[in-house]
Design a protein around this ligand. Structure first.
Ligand code: ATR
Length: 262
């Protein structure tokens, strides 16, 4: 029988994971089927149990279940523990295992663009789950300072307090979005502003050399302002592909090349 995989979320129709994983499978010669599963908002645990009881090999988890998946796993990777969210599940010796590949997906996407992360100063705008998931992989990739700027300063401060001990080799700093100032190698928009269509206004004096928007396929006022500054930009499709490749690698032991799918 073909190996069975699925992405679980609510809603799920919009997910591009099946097409990505089928493209990886074709490229690497692995026989698999990857489907979408809509779980009821109060039925995540049962849906996961059903999938693995029926012989499923691996699951991706998307909104709004990543924190529930984290809570449900018996074994977690270090990066999933730090992210406090899980997007990749598999069963091993009867125990549910969880990882979070979002941050490595971002790192791989940035590297595929040829942007340097070694000794970098990074600005991340936003202090939600998306930011939490990428700090550790960015530091592992060489970031030496990360400023987290958020509309609600207290949330950025909380994130710094939570995560600084996990990344002792880097300096984390919280800032209010309204006080945002400085010079950075890379600016990342990790807010949900582009998803909701809200504008994000960057101060004139803010300087950065590259700009990465985590969202994709939406107008982004962050990217418009970056382009007006004349810096190279990217939206988040590469991150989506990157996290999918990392999940595929965990499950199948084979790593497709990111650049083949951009
Ligand atoms: P996610 O899990 O995707 O990170 P989240 O936890 O809801 O989602 O966090 C959304 C982030 O986007 C937060 O940092 C939020 O700022 P607040 O903490 O002040 O709410 C930020 N955000 C959303 N809309 C925004 C806007 N219009 N301007 C600035 N920041 C915004």
């Amino acid at each position: 029988m073909r190996k069975q995989f699925a992405v679980i979320g609510n809603p799920i129709e919009q997910s591009r994971s099946p097409e990505l994983h089928h493209a990886f499978a074709e490229k690497t010669g692995i026989d698999l089927q990857y489907s979408k599963r809509l779980a009821p908002l109060d039925g995540f645990r049962d849906s996961v149990a059903d999938f693995f009881n029926q012989g499923g090999v691996g699951m991706n988890v998307t909104v709004p279940f990543k924190e529930q998946a984290f809570a449900q796993c018996g074994v977690l990777t270090e990066r999933a523990k730090i992210a406090k969210a899980v997007n990749t599940l598999w069963m091993q010796d009867g125990v549910l295992h969880g990882d979070n590949t979002d941050g490595q997906g971002l790192v791989d996407a940035i590297r595929a663009l040829g942007w340097n992360l070694e000794h970098s100063d990074i600005l991340i705008i936003g202090a939600g789950g998306a930011t939490r998931g990428v700090i550790y992989p960015l530091v592992q990739a060489g970031a030496k300072k990360i400023v987290i700027a958020n509309r609600t300063l207290a949330r950025a401060e909380q994130l710094v307090a939570d995560l600084q001990a996990a990344v002792p080799q880097a300096e984390l700093q919280a800032m209010a979005l309204t006080d945002l100032i400085g010079q950075f190698d890379l600016a990342i928009n990790a807010t949900s502003a582009s998803l909701t269509g809200d504008a994000l206004t960057l101060p004139e004096c803010l300087q950065f050399n590259f700009a990465y928007e985590m969202a994709y396929g939406k107008p982004s006022s962050f990217l418009e302002q970056a382009k007006a500054r004349g810096v190279p930009t990217s939206e988040g499709f590469g991150m989506l592909v990157g996290q999918a490749i990392e999940s595929f690698y965990i499950w199948n032991g084979v790593k497709p090349e990111l650049k083949d799918f951009l």
